[in-house]
Design a protein. Structure first.
Length: 245
C-alpha cells in the first residue's frame, strides 16, 4: 500500500511549505483548483479538512475510512503480481514492478539474475515480466492499423522495459520507429506537449485563473481535434466549469 496526500485548494508552493512545516514524508500533490473535490464529490472545508479514500489499482474506491479495519480489509482483497512468488531478497526490484515501474524494476532485477542465491527466483520474475511485455507487443501489433496511438504507446512502454537489444524490446523499438511518422501519432504527441503546459499550470493557478486554464484546454481541443489528449482537455474544461462548445 502506498500513501499520498492531496493539498486541496493549495498551489504547489503552498503544498511544499506545508510538507516542510509538518515534515510529512508521504508524497503530496497540489490541487490548486480543487479538481479532486469535483471528481470525488467532496467539498473540503475546515469542518472536514481530512478526508481519506482507499483506492485499488484500477482506481476504484474500496474504503472511505483511515482506520485499521478498513485498511486491513483493503489489503486482504489486494493481490500481488510478483511479490508472493519472489524471494524476499528481490524486494528492491519487485516493489517497483508491483507499482508499474517496469523499466526501473527490470534494471534492479538484473543483478539478482547473476547471484547464486537469487538466480532461480529472479528468473521466474524475469520470465513473468517478459511474458507480460510480449503481450503488450502482441496487442500493439494487432491494433497498429486501427489505433496507431495506442499501439505506439504499447511499443514505447515495452521498449523502455527491455531496451533495443533484447526481445521483445527490439521488436517494440522497431514498432516505435515505424509509427513515429504516422500522422495520428505525431498529432497526439504534439497535443501531449501542449497539455503538459496545462498540467504545469494547474499546480500554480489560483481559482481566479481557472478561466485561463480552461482556455488552454479549448485551444488544444480545437488544434488537435480527434486526438485522445484533445478529449482529455475537453473533459478537464468541463470539470473547470467551462465546457468546450
Amino acid at each position: 500500500m502506498a500513501f499520498f496526500g492531496v493539498a486541496a485548494g493549495d498551489t504547489l508552493a503552498d503544498a511544499k511549505k506545508y510538507v516542510g512545516d509538518t515534515r510529512m514524508t508521504m508524497p503530496v500533490f497540489a490541487d490548486a483548483l480543487s479538481l479532486m473535490e469535483t471528481r470525488y464529490g467532496e467539498q473540503i472545508s475546515l469542518s472536514n479538512v481530512h478526508q481519506t479514500r482507499v483506492i485499488d489499482p484500477t482506481g476504484k474506491i474500496v474504503e472511505y475510512r483511515f482506520e485499521e479495519a478498513a485498511i486491513e480489509k483493503a489489503l486482504a482483497d489486494a493481490k500481488w503480481k510478483f511479490k508472493d512468488e519472489a524471494d524476499k531478497k528481490l524486494d528492491p526490484a519487485v516493489l517497483p514492478l508491483e507499482m508499474g515501474r517496469y523499466a526501473e524494476g527490470m534494471q534492479k532485477l538484473k543483478p539478482f539474475l547473476k547471484r547464486k542465491d537469487t538466480a532461480e527466483s529472479a528468473q521466474k520474475v524475469y520470465d513473468k515480466v517478459k511474458a507480460e511485455v510480449q503481450g503488450w507487443v502482441g496487442e500493439a501489433d494487432g491494433c497498429k492499423t486501427s489505433d496507431p496511438v495506442k499501439a505506439y504507446d504499447l511499443y514505447t512502454k515495452a521498449a523502455a522495459v527491455f531496451g533495443r537489444t533484447e526481445e521483445p524490446g527490439t521488436a517494440a523499438a522497431a514498432g516505435v520507429k515505424a509509427l513515429g511518422e504516422d500522422k495520428a501519432v505525431k498529432s497526439e504527441l504534439e497535443a501531449r506537449k501542449a497539455f503538459a503546459k496545462v498540467t504545469a499550470a494547474l499546480t500554480r493557478a489560483t481559482p481566479q485563473q481557472k478561466g485561463e486554464v480552461a482556455k488552454f484546454c479549448h485551444d488544444i481541443v480545437k488544434k488537435y481535434k480527434g486526438t485522445p489528449t484533445a478529449e482529455k482537455a475537453r473533459a478537464l474544461a468541463a470539470e473547470l466549469g467551462q465546457p468546450v462548445p
